[in-house]
Design a protein around this ligand. Structure first.
Ligand code: UDP
Length: 241
């Protein structure tokens, strides 16, 4: 294997990242770009698990605001993450990357159910595993899913693929010209500085299990590879307490 800092990773792809500039839905060009980026690190022998968000299609919160029962709306969000996962699988298979989709809510006709040991076996065999359906529970997020799956499969890092944002800033760089980028933070910093990188459940799970996080801009070609090789792009958030 060529020089890599992380051997087994969880890549968290938010729904927003899949929508590209159109903001909602799935953008085929983004899927092709992402698939090529993922392939480039797969070719280096890196074991890759992917957790897809669903916010490009549906969020439970939105449904709740419309008056729906929160749990019902959240299940719809979980289904959205599976659609994204299938789109990403298609993109990866077009490039000849072997993949499996595992869902936390059973849908045996289209994907395997999530089985931790099986997922790890797939990774060892060089298959990219896409985890769809979030945790399978309402009131959680796919950020929490990423932290959970990372802990379960013993991932070295969570790579937070952002759409156009190259790390964590002190303020929104699009609004505040004085916003500065952090190159390194801890999970505790996120809480004390009220930085909205991931929700608190995901943060505390990452902290308790000492899983680092790298927030980086996935739109720029070559960035996933740079992160894997340990280049200092984006923001590293240390997992430990
Ligand atoms: N969701 C859920 N439980 C989970 C993961 C996700 O209920 O374990 C639902 C929740 O409604 C959420 C939606 O799925 O709003 C989409 O996930 P998320 O908001 O995390 O996606 P992202 O913001 O990454 O696109």
């Amino acid at each position: 294997m060529s020089q890599v800092k992380y051997k087994r990773v969880i890549l968290k792809v938010s729904g927003e990242a899949l929508a590209g500039s159109q903001g909602t839905g799935i953008n085929p060009e983004v899927i092709s770009h992402l698939a090529a980026e993922i392939k480039s690190v797969h070719d280096m022998g890196v074991e890759i698990g992917i957790v897809c968000g669903g916010g490009n299609m549906w969020r439970g919160e939105t449904g709740a605001k419309m008056g729906m029962e929160r749990a019902q709306a959240d299940y719809m969000g979980m289904l959205a993450t599976i659609m994204n996962g299938l789109a990403l699988q298609d993109g990866l298979e077009n490039l000849g990357v072997p993949t499996r989709v595992q869902t936390s809510i059973e849908m045996r006709q289209i994907a395997e159910p999530y089985i931790r040991r099986k997922a790890m076996r797939h990774l060892e065999k060089g298959r990219v595993v896409i985890f769809g359906g979030g945790t399978g529970n309402p009131y959680f997020s796919t950020d929490t899913t990423a932290a959970l799956r990372a802990a379960e499969i013993g991932a070295d890092v969570i790579l937070m693929a952002k759409n156009g944002v190259d790390g964590v800033y002190s303020a929104d760089p699009k609004v505040d010209p004085d916003a500065t980028k952090f190159s390194e933070l801890t999970q505790l910093d996120l809480i004390s500085k009220n930085l909205k990188v991931m929700d608190r459940t995901a943060s505390s799970l990452s902290m308790d299990n000492d899983i680092p996080l790298v927030v980086f801009n996935v739109n720029k070609p070559g960035n996933i590879k740079k992160v894997i090789q340990g280049e200092n792009i984006g923001t590293v958030i240390k997992g430990g307490k």
